[in-house]
Design a binder for this molecule. Structure first.
Ligand code: FES
Length: 586
């Protein structure tokens, strides 16, 4: 990713010699009086560095970070990301992003000029070659699982073909075609976008590892490793690839993994190119590659559904009435539909396909969630796109549907370009192996360590999360979230990692969490993320309604050398943050 001067762009900010002379050591905030845009100039003995005052996360404005004594970091006013302007590296979250530096031209005074780094997928372009009928076939299997047949090779995305995801909260909505597992085992390459269990499906990978332990699997070099529970499954050919670099498979096929702008520590997306034709799969990314994406790709795939969070359906107390939740969900889903349709319109793919949203809260104990956690339909999104961007062909796939890319590109109206599954094929699942998986989770309940109260201290110490003004109360419950008489019910004070018997007197954030005992204990036993509980609707959360105003400080930092464990809680607290800070969006 070479920086190249953008010949066309003008000067963003000009300072005269006097203004330059009055720049102080450390961080300087400057505004262009003409357009109101803000910049940061950092000065030290080696000279000057400059960047836009605009956060990579969601465009927030930076201010001085009062916790920073060296005078090098600034803090975003939106969600507290921090940027070290002496290195232009984000320090929280670490190792994720670089702020784009501006070029400084010296003309007696100074001028800030934008550098336009060329997008990595444009760096070494290939002329598109004509695709023959049958040469590139895209087959939808389930959820986020697509098979791309590209000439002689088969590329598989995010195989979730059996079992639940997020403990026992998510189940497959679509019935995978009968030969799905054979197809998976015959793949030449598999891409797994991130570590969430609807993408990294251990029940599926276990079957795969028995038949093809050496199948090449590709994941991005995220801070949070995708295969962080590697011991669960024996796959011997996992390749962690850097972001934004073409991975050449043969003379016609290459791919590139990109990171997400909102969850750079774990989410990724991918561009696959075959004979100069690009397929963009943004998977679950909230802001894929920070918003910079290839335009005019031949096929774009993305999520569409929403509902992949415990918020707000698992929350109660305060404003979280059923009608508030219903209204909230309606608005959020509408926002998502608009965002996705606008993104598709702006990127102008030839063909667009919504996927990666086909799960259902099928277990009978989750009836309430299933009935209320309404999701967008792929048909609705495609209808919206057809309205605002009629030139883009849309595809709403059923399991086993095949898109012949060559045919579709030559003539989008060709009815042979898309083959639907045979009429006899089962499309929707109507039964699931509940007992098999629920029993496995519940087997944790009787595990020896839970006979000793000291497991609590041991577990939270292992998790290593503290210095946070938060107190939680954890209550073990049955499937209906009724406390169990022989279950644990305890407090954790994260300020000093103590375990008081009641809430402390000082002001603090407080969350009460009721957890299904089997899932909670399974998560503890195996060191899984609390995402299994939270995204999987396996707990019920309420906050003390009396405390609305509080100060709590972010002391959290983490890095690659830290143990994985503190991330378990870090990620959980991060997902709960909006709840703590009275913001409603997650
Ligand atoms: S916009 Fe800066 S942290 Fe979110």
């Amino acid at each position: 990713t070479m920086d190249r001067p953008n010949t066309g762009s003008g000067v963003l900010l000009a300072l005269n010699a006097e203004a330059v002379g009055s720049l102080k050591e450390g961080v300087n905030f400057k505004k262009n009086p003409e357009d109101g845009k803000c910049y940061i100039i950092y000065k030290n003995k080696d000279g000057l560095k400059a960047c836009k005052n605009q956060c990579k996360h969601q465009g927030g404005l930076f201010i001085k970070d009062i916790e920073d004594l060296d005078g090098r970091t600034v803090k975003c006013t939106k969600h507290n990301w921090k940027l070290n302007v002496s290195t232009m590296k984000y320090v929280n979250p670490p190792d994720c992003f670089l702020q784009d530096e501006l070029e400084i031209m010296d003309d007696g005074g100074l001028q800030l000029v934008e550098l336009n780094p060329i997008d990595p997928w444009l760096a070494d372009p290939r002329e598109p070659l004509e695709l023959q009928k049958g040469e590139v076939k895209v087959t939808y299997l389930t959820h986020a699982c697509m098979e791309l047949q590209l000439g002689q090779r088969r590329f598989m995305f995010d195989p979730w073909l059996k079992g639940p995801a997020f403990a026992r909260g998510w189940w497959l909505f679509h019935e995978p075609p009968a030969d799905s597992l054979d197809r998976l085992c015959a793949a030449d390459l598999i891409y797994i976008s991130h570590m969430h269990s609807d993408h990294l499906s251990y029940p599926t990978l276990k079957d795969l590892s028995k038949r093809r332990p050496d199948v090449p699997i590709y994941v991005g070099d995220t801070l949070r490793p995708v295969f962080w529970l590697q011991s669960q499954v024996k796959l011997t050919n996992i390749n962690v690839v850097p972001f934004g670099v073409w991975q050449d498979i043969d003379e016609h096929l290459r791919f590139m993994i990109l990171m997400d702008g909102v969850h750079p520590e774990m989410d990724t997306c991918i561009i696959v190119e075959y004979k100069g034709h690009m397929i963009l799969n943004t998977v679950d990314c909230t802001r894929p590659n920070g918003g910079r994406l290839p335009e005019n790709v031949d096929l774009m795939l993305s999520d569409f559904a929403g509902g992949a969070s415990g918020f707000p359906m698992t929350f109660s107390g305060g404003k979280y009435s059923d009608s508030w939740k219903e209204e909230f969900i309606k608005n959020e889903r509408k926002k998502l539909l608009n965002y996705k349709s606008q993104l598709v319109k702006s990127l102008q793919p030839r063909i667009y396909c919504p996927f990666a949203g086909y799960f259902v809260e099928a277990h009978p104990s989750d009836r309430y969630i299933k009935d209320t956690n309404i999701k967008n339909s792929a048909e609705d999104l495609n209808a919206l796109i057809n309205k605002i961007a009629p030139e883009i062909k849309t595809w709403t796939p059923k399991p086993g549907s095949v898109l012949d890319l060559g045919l579709a590109l030559r003539d989008p109206t060709n009815s042979e370009a898309i083959t639907s599954p045979p009429g006899s094929a089962k499309i929707y699942k109507d039964s699931w192996d509940f007992d098999l998986y629920v029993d496995e989770l519940n087997s944790a309940i009787s595990c020896e360590i839970f006979k000793h109260q000291s497991w609590i201290q041991f577990y939270y110490t292992w998790a290593g999360f503290q210095n946070y003004n938060l107190v939680i109360r954890m209550i073990e419950t049955d499937d209906n979230f009724e406390p169990l008489t022989d279950g644990y019910d305890y407090f954790v004070d994260f300020v000093d990692l103590s375990f008081p018997t009641k809430r402390p007197d000082r002001e603090h954030s407080y969350i009460e969490i009721k957890n299904r005992i089997g899932v909670m204990r399974y998560v503890v036993l195996h060191g899984h993320l609390w995402d299994d509980l939270y995204i999987g609707f396996q707990n019920r959360i309420s906050r003390d309604p009396d405390i609305y105003h509080h100060k709590y400080t972010h002391f959290i930092s983490y890095n690659k050398t830290n143990n994985d464990c503190c991330l378990v809680l870090y990620m959980t607290i991060k997902t709960l943050n909006p709840f703590l800070s009275e913001k409603t969006d997650i």
